[in-house]
Design a protein around this ligand. Structure first.
Ligand code: MN
Length: 205
């Protein structure tokens, strides 16, 4: 279906399939309510822009584009997040291999060191944010980013290979206020195969 607007992407697994690390209720609400809200938010702004052009009216560009950036970032990061997870033991967990495994060894010396830095980025994000594994085409080095909200401290042009959502809405049903426990659980459901696939695709470009 062709559309000018954003659509909520389906998950590649069932809502129960990330248990016991993410519960069915937590995942369902996160996907169908929170992610959907960013999809809707972005579409609402696109409609507002269309309408203003059609009617020849002005919008508060600063406020409109700030809001658009927030919703687009939310849609983009969640879309990656669902894909960079898989059910534990069925694609989720284990250690990175392939070109990504090699790049991690080169940059961090060990998988454990990457995991430690990424965990620290996720746990220490102020308020609502994300940890992301990214790649710098200038230096050919992978690295960890800490994104605030969905779009702040997010340098342009750095492809995202893997993300972890540490907004409270990502874990409050399962872990209450204990973000660190959620971050620890995440490692059991990382889909390293797809993260490596994306990385290899970027290297070939
Ligand atoms: Mn989220």
């Amino acid at each position: 279906m062709e559309t000018k607007f954003y659509l909520l992407p389906p998950l590649n697994y069932g809502y129960k399939d990330l248990e016991p690390y993410i519960s069915e209720e937590q995942l369902r609400i996160h996907h169908t309510k929170h992610h959907q809200a960013y999809v809707n938010g972005a579409n609402t702004i696109m409609e507002k822009l269309d309408k203003a052009r059609k009617e020849g009216t002005d919008l508060d560009m600063k406020a409109t584009l700030k809001e658009l950036s927030f919703h687009l970032g939310g849609n983009y990061l969640h879309s990656i997040f669902w894909q960079n997870m898989a059910p534990a033991g069925k694609g989720g967990g284990g250690k990175p291999a392939g070109a990504l495994g090699d790049a991690i060894m080169k940059e961090y010396g060990s998988y454990e060191r990457l995991r430690k830095e990424f965990t620290q980025a996720a746990v220490s994000a102020e308020g609502s944010g994300w940890a992301a594994l990214s790649y710098c085409e200038g230096t050919k080095r992978i690295g960890v980013l800490q994104i605030e909200k969905h779009n702040v401290n997010f340098p342009a042009g750095y492809p995202v290979l893997m993300v972890l959502d540490v907004w409270e809405h990502a874990y409050y049903i399962d872990y209450k206020n204990e973000r660190a426990r959620f971050v620890e659980a995440f490692w059991n459901i990382v889909n390293w195969e797809i993260v490596n696939k994306w990385f290899e695709k970027i290297l070939k470009q």
